[in-house]
Design a protein around this ligand. Structure first.
Ligand SMILES: [Zn+2]
Length: 217
């Protein structure tokens, strides 16, 4: 009886399907999410702000990221940060450079409404797993950006041009690794990197849970 009671007590509803599970995600949802894990993620590691994504922004993974952000399940961000840390270790793109991790910030109004910044939760978990320093206030989002969905690429660029200002806590001797939940056009990553580089910091690239771009050939 005690065993079954303990089993019930230590189970939580899976954030994706609601079934009781002892893990942050039930085994069936974890299996489904892992089908969107990218095999050839190193091919994104190129250009002015190289990208290392965990998975492809489709179906189950897309829904799980929405659950994390809009249905207040930050524990999913912790899990994604751990998966991203494994991907980072396996990819071996950093060549043992000294790193500091900077999450892409939300604007203060959005942060207040949501209660947490998903990028910071992912980055914190990534840093815990890899024993890297997290610099959560290195960038500050300067003004609310319009929802990017309806904008053209040119409008997105203009919208983000002055999106970030330098915050505090960065060390000049370490390379910056940016962290976000989703990578779409790369405009956000480039704007963040530009702000940091203009202040004399070295930016290595960005890690994200998902990438919405088609796979490179
Ligand atoms: Zn589930």
């Amino acid at each position: 009886m005690w065993r079954s009671l303990a089993a019930v007590l230590f189970q939580q509803p899976c954030p994706c399907c609601g079934r009781l599970s002892r893990q942050p995600l039930c085994p069936s949802c974890e299996r489904r999410l892992r089908t969107w894990e990218l095999r050839d993620r190193r091919s994104y590691w190129r250009g002015s702000v190289p990208l290392l994504p965990w998975g492809s922004y489709r179906q189950d993974l897309k829904r799980a990221i929405a659950t994390l952000k809009y249905h207040a399940h930050p524990e999913l961000g912790t899990l994604f940060g751990e998966w991203l840390a494994v991907a980072w270790l396996e990819s071996q793109v950093s060549h043992n450079l000294p790193l500091q991790v900077v999450p892409i910030p939300l604007h203060a109004d959005k942060l207040k409404a949501r209660g947490f910044n998903q990028a910071e939760i992912i980055a914190a978990s990534f840093c815990r797993a890899l024993e890297l320093p997290l610099v959560p206030h290195a960038l500050v989002r300067q003004r609310a950006t319009q929802s990017m969905f309806q904008l053209t690429v040119a409008e997105r660029v203009a919208n983000l041009e002055q999106a970030f200002v330098l915050g505090r806590g960065l060390r000049k001797q370490c390379w910056v690794l940016l962290c976000d939940d989703i990578y779409t056009t790369g405009t956000t990553a480039r704007a963040a990197a530009e702000t940091l580089r203009a202040a004399g910091h070295r930016v290595l690239g960005i890690v994200t849970v998902a990438v919405a771009l088609p796979e490179p050939h």
